[in-house]
Design a protein around this ligand. Structure first.
Ligand SMILES: Cc1ncc(COP(=O)(O)O)c(C=O)c1O
Length: 363
């Protein structure tokens, strides 16, 4: 088996893969209803929320689209906080549906500054919502979401969070931080294949939903809420992935959220210190370095693309590359979901040999 170390899709435990092979059943019958019910209850524990949670059949981006179209109207002003590819993406979705996005961009590799968010909200009081990524997978940076949310809530605005690559791996206390909409995807920390987006919706977001005029059909959350009352989804769901999710959630609850968070911290710390001891330089501002993905500079003669090719072809270790302006400039090691120290040891044993072959002249 390859050592799949991209930041999603992530490897799945055998128990999850086995569940994915269960026979089909009536998606509106009591057994599947109980699966949906269990999954939703488990998600509420991990999201640390009493808010509604819906399981949508889509990748994470569908969940982000649902967040936008269910709460906003064309012409609404929103603050688009971005520190990388995915921060830009949620703003693009909002623009596509007619929102007026006021951008607040930070240098890639750095985190967003909560004071700047507060200033932007004061300067533009008509802003209705703030769009922000918690963990920016493209740069390996985790925003200080607690402080950002505090600034947003102080002004009484809505906050929509792309927590695709953080929820289920990092601490994201939705109710404590007052996060109105939070989105994640099954292929990230959840140890399940791609196919489901999970989204939480606060009371304030439901209030906004009453006025929201953006067009929507497949991702209409009011419709999802009606069906959820019967333990159903409006449309035929991605059933096999829900099967997998029932088992994954059970495993996660057994490990316990605090232990999951600690495991991610420990493994990320090990990844960063191993990288530095090989003479590699971290790309992310270390104060905000992500515990789900580590980004490393391709410098000191290192050809990042060649490195990933050598790692794949000679060592069967699959690493992530840089996206957009970071193509060839960084490489990334994913460490979220079903991951242990041994997986990271495997990466570094291979890296030690592969780095000089890819031109690296560090010590
Ligand atoms: C932070 C973040 N947001 C959004 C997405 C998009 O999710 P998907 O590819 O599941 O649509 C990803 C996936 O890599 C991500 O890491």
């Amino acid at each position: 088996m390859s050592n799949l170390r991209i930041p999603g899709p992530t490897p799945c435990p055998p128990e999850v893969l086995q569940a994915m092979s269960w026979q089909m059943m009536n998606h509106r019958g009591p057994q599947f209803g109980s699966y949906l019910n269990d999954v939703t209850a488990g998600l509420k524990t991990i999201f640390q929320t009493k808010n509604d949670i819906f399981v949508l059949s889509s990748s994470g981006t569908g969940g982000l689209e649902a967040a936008v179209v269910n709460t906003l109207s064309p012409g609404d002003k929103v603050l688009g906080v971005s520190i990388g590819v995915f921060g830009d993406r949620i703003s693009t979705i909002a623009k596509t549906y007619g929102a007026e996005v006021i951008p607040l961009k930070f240098e890639w590799g750095k985190a967003a500054d909560a004071d700047d968010v507060a200033k932007a909200l004061k300067a533009n009081p008509e802003i209705k919502a703030v769009l922000v990524t918690h963990n920016e997978t493209s740069t390996g940076v985790t925003n200080d979401l607690g402080s950002i949310a505090k600034a947003v809530k102080k002004e009484g605005k809505l906050i929509f969070v792309d927590s695709v690559s953080s929820m289920g791996s990092l601490n994201v206390p939705v109710d404590e931080w007052g996060l109105d909409v939070c989105v994640t995807g099954s292929q990230k920390g959840w140890m399940v294949p791609p196919g489901l987006a999970m989204i939480s919706v606060s009371d304030q977001a439901w209030e906004a939903n009453k006025e929201a005029k953006m067009p929507r059909f497949y991702f209409d959350l009011a419709r999802a809420k009606n069906y959820a009352e019967k333990n159903q989804t409006p449309w035929t769901p991605c059933m096999s992935v829900v099967y997998g999710m029932t088992v994954a959630i059970e495993m996660m609850l057994k490990e316990g959220l605090p232990n999951i968070i600690k495991r991610h911290e420990r493994i990320a710390e090990k990844t960063r210190s191993n990288a530095k001891s090989l003479g590699l330089e971290l790309f992310a501002d270390e104060k905000y370095a992500s515990n789900t993905v580590t980004s490393i500079r391709a410098n000191k003669g290192l050809d990042g693309k060649l490195l990933n090719k050598i790692m794949r072809e000679e060592y069967d270790v699959i690493l992530g590359g840089g996206q957009q302006i970071l193509e060839g400039k960084i490489f990334r090691i994913g460490h979220l979901g079903w991951v242990e120290e041994a997986d990271i040891d495997g990466v570094f044993t291979a890296l030690k040999e592969a780095l000089p072959k890819a031109g690296f002249k560090g010590e």
